[in-house]
Design a protein around this ligand. Sequence first.
Ligand code: ZN
Length: 186
Amino acid sequence: MSLDPASLEIVIYPDPVLRQRADAIADITDETRAVAARMIELMHRAEGIGLAAPQVGLSWRLFVAHVPPDDGRSTDETPPTALATPVVFINPAVTMPSAELESHEEGCLSLPEIRGPILRPPQITIDAMDIEGTQFSMRVSGLLARCLQHEFDHIEGILIIDRFPQMARLRTRSAVRALERDAQAR
Ligand code: ZN
């Protein structure tokens, strides 16, 4: 193995890897599986509901998500709004069936303390490969649909601050600058 999955940690804005359009995964190997397992561990440790490979410094089209069932979220609904277990999405494609948009507050593990409202379609279909290389398709709604769109943005190099409306951009500007200064000081 050329990389040590145990050494992966969550990278923080403005790390340039967060701005790259990630590369498709050609082969799913033991290394891919070990990286995905490490990402699930990091996501749970940080109490997040999703984590994309660029957020651990890897420009790969892979992300993990676990939006657990809760009040108002369920795996039994059609379409589901939660996941019973963590799911790995490899080389995903997202289809947005409608032009309808809903606004909801979002945060990001790579942008600590920064939150703001983002408009997104409330339902999507996602097609991806699982960790065994099997193609699957899911239609999802609610927070799960939002989470998967957020993670998909990561593999396109798009961050929540790019999608904030002007008011949220102004309100979070000093916190974003502070992260940029912290990075320069390191
Ligand atoms: Zn994020």
